[in-house]
Write a protein that binds this ligand. Structure first.
Ligand code: PFF
Length: 454
């Protein structure tokens, strides 16, 4: 059995679609998948809610102890198996049950994309309103945000996001995914730095930066630890098959541990910069930092409206989030695309067109469920959008992470070789995968799905 599993790895070396990333292209694409709404929209508001710098530190620790080991595990499964997020498991010699788990993970990615594209659509809408100045015609930003969700506009913008995503990945791994990431990821960094410098000159900015950078440990609770670990997963794009799928396109000579370190560093740097824009701005204009999801769409427009050239900075800010989201939607759509191509032998173009349309269709109820246009789309105290978000982020994602962790920690013996780690690091990695990650991920799952509470 052991030999069979190891053989699985070497047999599959030449298989797969044959599409490959270049080394830098892969690292940028993986950073692109990781950096997204998670860093620019979710991370700031949960950091605001759970106590600023102390929460940031927790997030950082969770990323180091659990996130990065699982990231390396997913990359190893992808490159070792050279299949999609389902077939990679069986190509490595595993029982068919594992590819069944893979199918659930792939479905999760597809459904996550359907609502992720809606939030990405909001950012495009806000960028346009900011550049045209329309955003600042009415100072009630909370009302504007709820008006947007009460309208059909989110459906339109969701369509645009999926259209752009489809147009990019239809061109393939190197001419599409890699090329766009090579432009967007450095471009994003430049925009973030420009905005960061601008914001530092605001009166009172220092107070916001201190809130974000000076830890107050008295604010930490068990809940914040769970939220931090859950966010480490979401933020590194784990548990959804994206990293396995990208891993299959990675050259054998690429160092996976180096790539893991690069993605971890990139993810932290972009989150730090986003925080250093958002908190100083929020504090400088006396806005509430802990207000939740409205932080970016409600608080920041108020700040931009009071700032000289605010329309320009606001527009750039929202375009930047839109860029970051697109590099993540690309990675999410590639997961089911890789699956159907291999499973049914369909062409890339056909698979992309079909799946984009399908994703749009299943996203429409989420997009329409946010206002009160269609009352039956809200049930059990949550809108359809919130349900989809809840099931994917709190249930499918941790379970997806658990599947990979257990597979690499206990089942597949070839992970040690594929990861390329030295003996000492290998021991640390396997320890994390076997003992630390599964327990913590299981706890997060039980906690976030409401099965246990504190
Ligand atoms: N990592 C992305 C973000 O932080 O916005 C979200 C994400 C993308 C999660 C891809 C999962 C995924 F497979």
């Amino acid at each position: 059995m052991k030999d069979q599993k190891q053989e699985g790895a070497s047999q599959s070396e030449e298989s797969g679609t044959g599409e490959r990333f270049t080394s830098s292209g892969f690292i940028l694409a993986a950073i692109g998948s990781a950096v997204g709404l998670g860093n620019m929209w979710r991370f700031p508001y949960i950091t605001g809610k759970y106590g600023g710098a102390a929460f940031f530190l927790l997030f950082f620790i969770c990323m180091l102890l659990v996130g990065l080991p699982v990231l390396l595990a997913e990359l190893s499964v992808g490159r070792g198996g050279r299949g999609n997020a389902s077939s990679s498991f069986t190509r490595l010699g595993a029982h068919k049950m594992w590819s069944g788990f893979g199918v659930i993970i792939i479905l999760g990615a597809f459904v996550i994309l359907s609502f992720y594209a809606i939030v990405a659509g909001w950012t495009l809408h806000y960028a346009m309103l900011s550049f045209t100045g329309q955003l600042f015609e009415n100072n009630d930003f909370a009302q504007q945000f709820s008006d947007l969700n009460g309208s059909w506009m989110p459906v339109f913008w969701q369509f645009i996001v999926l259209l752009l995503t489809g147009l990019i990945i239809i061109r393939g791994v190197s001419a599409g995914i890699e090329k766009v990431n090579k432009i967007f990821i450095p471009g994003l960094l430049v925009l973030l730095i420009v905005l960061c410098v601008r914001v530092m000159f605001l009166d009172g900015a220092g107070e916001g930066a201190a809130f974000f950078l000076k830890p107050d440990f008295s604010k930490l609770t068990a809940e914040s630890a769970f939220v931090a670990l859950g966010h480490a997963f979401l933020s590194l794009s784990l548990g959804m098959g994206t990293i396995i799928t990208y891993g299959a396109y990675v050259d054998k000579r690429q160092s996976l541990s180096l790539a893991t370190a690069a993605v971890g560093t990139g993810n932290i740097v972009y989150a730090l910069l986003a925080g250093l824009i958002i908190f100083p701005t929020t504090f400088a204009f006396g806005l509430e930092a802990s207000q939740g999801p409205g932080l970016v769409f409600v608080a920041l427009p108020a700040a931009f409206s009071a700032m000289p050239l605010g329309w320009l900075f606001g527009g750039l800010f929202f375009v930047m989030i839109a860029f970051a989201s697109l590099t993540s939607t690309i990675s999410l759509l590639e997961v089911p695309v890789a699956f159907v191509r291999e499973k049914f032998g369909w062409s890339r173009s056909f698979s992309v067109i079909l799946l984009s349309i399908l994703c749009f269709v299943i996203g429409v109820p989420s997009a329409l469920s946010l206002g009160d246009k269609i009352p039956w789309l809200t049930f059990g105290g949550k809108s359809f959008f919130d349900w989809v978000d809840f099931v994917c982020t709190n249930i499918v994602l941790p379970l997806g992470g658990l599947v990979v962790t257990i597979f690499v920690g206990y089942v597949w013996k070839g992970g040690a070789k594929e990861s390329g780690l030295s003996a000492w690091w290998l021991r640390v990695w396997l320890f994390m995968l076997r003992y630390v990650a599964p327990i913590l991920v299981l706890l997060v799952f039980l906690y976030s799905s409401g099965i246990i509470s504190f």
